[in-house]
Design a protein around this ligand. Sequence first.
Ligand code: TYM
Length: 339
Amino acid sequence: MTTETPPSPAAGSTLPAAPRIFSGIQPSGAPHIGNDLGAIRNYVALQDRYEAIYCIVDYHALTSTHDPEMLRQRTREMSAALLALGLDPERCTLFVQSHRPEVTELAWLFTTVTPVAWLQRTPTYKEKRQNQPEDVNHGLLTYPVLQAADIVLYKASLVPVGKDQAAHLELTREIVRAFNGRYGETFPEPQAVHTEAPVVLGTDGARKMSKSLGNTIEIFAEPETIRRQVMSMVTDTQRILRSDQGRPEVCNVCRLHRFFGDDYEEIWDGERTARTGCVDTKKLLAERIIARYAEPRERYLELMADPTRVERVLAEGAERIRPIARATMDEVHARMGLR
Ligand code: TYM
């Protein structure tokens, strides 16, 4: 785990004694290796060290997904995937965002301390406006306000995320400062926690791995699909002939080998000296990814076949954190002059 800067507890408010962890993930079906290497493996590691709360953010997904059955199905898939990858309901809380609707009230209250200009300059908003020009809904603009509310409703101070969430985390801190400045110290300023792979590039080797870009390696796909996705990866574009020496430090396949075995230096050396070709290196990576996720994949399939088990975990999760959400909202109401 690496933290950007140490968490700063806000004085004079009812903060948890030990740092609390919160993170959210969109229900975009089963996760890809970017999600796992960039965030989920930290969710799993941190549940042993802190009070950890993890959320499948279905409200956020509504800014781009409008098919109710697809949203339900993807929420089921992401929940099962997180449990299969090692989230343990005995050691952390896993819940679905819309099951704790206090967050929407807090988000609305936060809009009143958030200048519109902050939201308009958010990179993800600008991207989404380009990607879905026919559907620039208000939720897209206020997306980061809801994200801020997610985190601070539970007064979390550490947020395991990939680097692509940096602007959202910065905005969360700005909103917290604006709120605390106007109404008194209430919330901690949360800090990002990154893994060793804060940005995982997609199979195109150029852009971050992302389902919407279609450049993913899906961890619970059939082995044949994983092989096809890995074999399609762009490698060192300057290595044309098998006899050319490779540059593993710029090759996405080589970079990924760092996370799927402890012999990556040998693999890099093979590329550098042209002892091995890109095809061999890709084949090895595909087999290692398949082997790494074989057991979680079985658990995932078992969980998908037993939806009531997953639903029970999610319902208990939402119930367990109800008192925290209620206490925060009581404090916010009092500070803002409501009720
Ligand atoms: P989402 O669903 O896009 O991604 C979930 C997590 O996976 C990380 N991630 C990556 N890390 C490295 N390389 C990649 N290629 C890669 N792709 C995804 C993301 O950084 C993230 O940690 N806005 C958030 C969801 C959210 C949230 C929150 C996060 C809503 N509320 C509160 C933290 C706290 C999102 O869309 O993540």
